[in-house]
Write a protein that binds this ligand. Sequence first.
Ligand code: PGA
Length: 253
Amino acid sequence: MAKPILVANWKNHPASLEEAKSLIRELSKAKLVLKKTRLFIAPPLPYFELVSSGARSFAGLASQNMFAHMKGSYTGGITPGILKSFGVRLAIVGHSERRAQGESSEAVSLKVKAALKAGIAPLVCVGEPSRDADGEYFEVLRDEIKASLAGLSKSNVSSVIIAYEPVWAIGKSAKESLAPAELAESVIFIRKVLSDLFGRKAAESVHILYGGSVEYANAGTLARESGISGFLVGHASLNAKQFVAIAKSLTGK
Ligand code: PGA
């Protein structure tokens, strides 16, 4: 069976290089557990070197964002080619915190295509901002998936990984997160949307991760009962003990 995928989204943490070093040291102690997953760490850019050298034996390097253009003069934009040359193998694209700053699904779709061209796996974040009793949020989700994956083909969509992150469930506690049955329902819906867009075979090959307040307390049930391939973890990835426990519940050990 394929290893579960685990992505640590450090966002803009830890606050200092020293703290980041200590987190890597703590994680290294559990490398045998972590190696049972396909682990990626997405640190702030200044910690790239630390993560790529310090975690090389148990984690791949990921970026939290990526520029959509391959070359040109764009101050502040980091191109897929540069990321790739630093060893980045996966890029988080369209995180809701970036969408909240104005990143559109059209912009996300350009980044997805640029990542694929550079040989970086795009981890495309999608998720409804809120839920309503009539289930209209499903339409919101469908539209977002469709626009974010626009222009992809049956053959390249299988290199895309989807991170389903309901915006309302991000940055909370395990108790306030999505229930396993609700997650299972969303995963079925996302696969149906992918199948309508790219055909059943291609849709089945796409890995779907869950993100949004994954902690040790809910990781086990979410992993077991929902048909996901792994997790995108925010705040709990900054606590080595929690994070290793999440990895254990993903691998069933
Ligand atoms: P959280 O963040 O685990 O802190 O909810 C997840 C994310 O924003 O990717």
